[in-house]
Design a binder for this molecule. Structure first.
Ligand code: PGA
Length: 244
């Protein structure tokens, strides 16, 4: 496992189901030319599985992660990828329990917990995603929802060195909307200080992060990094963020 303590910030690019071989080649050629990248920043790229190997072979200065992994190690699970396989590709991270999967594939907290536990067993840091819907926010249920998700999704073998939490309000993902800075800091503080299961964990913020709001978000006391979707597949945007 990497020593997360040595990083001042963590930037995760979640490419979702975007890209192609040509896109990866162009993107990684440009990334390889970037100089003087900040050493205290941990930069992680999570491309679609099929491009992981290709991307990884082309770049230093970046770590790689899966966007998901199976709750099983191996066997008759058509279409799934295991934590063991991700480790085989030298992945150090894996996004787990993203709200798109929770919603579209009905992923439950206990499955997220199992997947995260498998990651840890193979020396992969799970990045466990939690967040409330707009309806839950309006009903003032954000803390309750997040606490339940964390308590049920973070496995017993997790600790602040091997696991990362990403707070991603579902209504902020891909919408251009974000909570206020005070709200982000408050929820991160709540996760770090008030929820026993995630005490002192590194917490990333995700949801419509781009170069124009990255600086004010990353400067918040309780924000340790960001999980970036849309802006991470636009090279110029991503480059700007890497140099902020
Ligand atoms: P977004 O996605 O940056 O496009 O809002 C974030 C995420 O889904 O991880």
């Amino acid at each position: 496992m990497l020593d997360l303590e040595k990083y001042r910030k963590i930037i995760v690019a979640n490419w979702k189901m975007n890209g192609s071989i040509k896109f990866i080649n162009d993107f990684s050629e440009k990334l390889a030319l970037l100089e003087n990248l900040e050493e205290s920043t941990c930069r992680i790229i999570c491309p679609p599985f099929v491009y992981l190997q290709r991307f990884r072979d082309q770049l230093n200065n970046f770590y790689f992660g899966g966007q998901e992994c199976s709750q099983f190690d191996e066997g008759a699970f058509t279409g799934n990828i295991s934590a063991k396989m991700l480790k085989d590709l030298n992945c150090n991270f894996c996004i787990v329990g993203h709200s798109e999967r929770r919603k579209l594939l009905n992923e439950q907290n206990f499955e997220v917990s199992k997947k995260s536990s498998n990651c840890i067993n193979f020396n992969i840091h799970p990045i466990i995603c939690v967040g409330e819907t707009l309806e839950e926010k309006n009903l003032n249920k954000t803390r309750e929802i997040i606490e339940k998700q964390i308590n049920e999704s973070v496995p017993e073998n997790a600790n602040k060195n091997n696991t990362i939490i990403a707070y991603e309000p579902i209504w902020a993902i891909g919408t251009g909307l974000t909570p206020s800075l005070e709200e982000i800091d408050y929820i991160h503080q709540f996760i770090k200080k008030d929820i026993k299961t995630s005490k002192d964990y590194k917490i990333l913020y995700g949801g419509s992060v781009k170069s124009s709001n990255f600086k004010e978000i990353i400067q918040l006391t309780n924000v340790d990094g960001t999980l970036i979707g849309g802006a991470s597949v636009i090279f110029d945007e991503f480059k700007k963020i890497l140099y902020i």
